[in-house]
Design a protein around this ligand. Structure first.
Ligand SMILES: Nc1nc2c(ncn2[C@@H]2O[C@H](COP(=O)(O)OP(=O)(O)OP(=O)(O)O)[C@@H](O)[C@H]2O)c(=O)[nH]1
Ligand SMILES: [Mg+2]
Length: 234
């Protein structure tokens, strides 16, 4: 089995050198780092790390308009060009502990896509202010109500896809950006009949670097579920 972990980065200089060895400590796992021309030099750092781990890291240096959704589209398309049988996605800021990778990978034996979920056993987040917890739990309930999706955590960016499942999604058609992008992928997967699983994770808020969540992204995530719901009816 060959596993490729796609990691989008924007200004993650402090976090990447901690993330990479932790991910690559798992046998059979490779990484694709998708950097968006980070002003802090994360891209050059990723190249150095790739040289330290020959054959295990590929770095994509994006140019043009930056964005998390766009980076995922480019990264996941590239991932499908490789021979990876499982394609994972995770954040670079250490909120997604690489120790859970084996659990996600194992669950992909019985599910088409597996979500590292914060809301399976109550709410498992560390160091989030109360308003963040409210926002995220509200967002998930709202998304589930509007779109009819069933997973407890529809906005988690920690996922493991079977290659065939990902290949069925029309990544070129994805229209959303921030969190909404993650919801849209899940929505499209469930429309293709994918069996969606979840494993519990404890999510830890970033200690280093800055969050890129903007109010534009939040507004998009309010509107996007309705667009998906109407698309689903057509
Ligand atoms: N390539 C790329 N990566 C991005 C972009 N925006 C965010 N990222 C990365 O996407 C991941 C998630 O971004 P965060 O800023 O941590 O967003 P978040 O996890 O939703 O928010 P926090 O809880 O505040 O950390 C991180 O690995 C970021 O470096 C972008 O425009 N382009
Ligand atoms: Mg984060």
């Amino acid at each position: 089995m060959s596993v490729l972990v796609v990691v989008p980065t924007y200004n993650e200089r402090e976090n990447l050198p901690l993330l990479v060895p932790a991910v690559l400590s798992h046998d059979g796992v490779r990484m694709l780092i998708v950097d968006d021309g980070s002003p802090d030099g994360t891209g050059a750092l990723a190249d150095q790390l790739a040289a330290q781990y020959p054959g295990r890291i590929e770095v994509m240096h994006r140019t043009g308009p930056r964005g998390l959704g766009r980076s995922y589209v480019d990264g996941l398309k590239r991932a499908l060009e490789t021979d990876a049988t499982l394609i994972c996605q995770m954040d670079a800021d250490l909120s997604h502990n690489p120790e859970y990778l084996p659990a996600l990978i194992a669950a992909a034996g019985t599910h088409d896509v597996v979500i590292g979920s914060r809301y399976l056993q109550g709410i498992s987040v560390v160091n989030w202010p109360l308003h963040r917890i409210f926002l995220s739990t509200f967002a998930n309930r709202y998304i589930k109500t509007v779109t009819g999706l069933s997973p407890a955590d529809c906005t988690s960016g920690y996922r493991c896809w079977r290659r065939e499942t990902l290949a069925k999604l029309r990544l070129d058609r994805v229209v959303t950006e921030g969190y909404a992008f993650l919801v849209e992928m899940l929505f499209e997967a469930s429309r293709t009949g994918a069996n969606i699983g979840e494993v519990p994770i404890i999510f830890v808020e970033r200690r280093q670097g800055q969050s890129k969540v903007s109010s534009k992204v939040l507004v998009e995530s309010l509107i996007a579920p309705w667009r998906l719901a109407f698309r689903g009816r057509r």
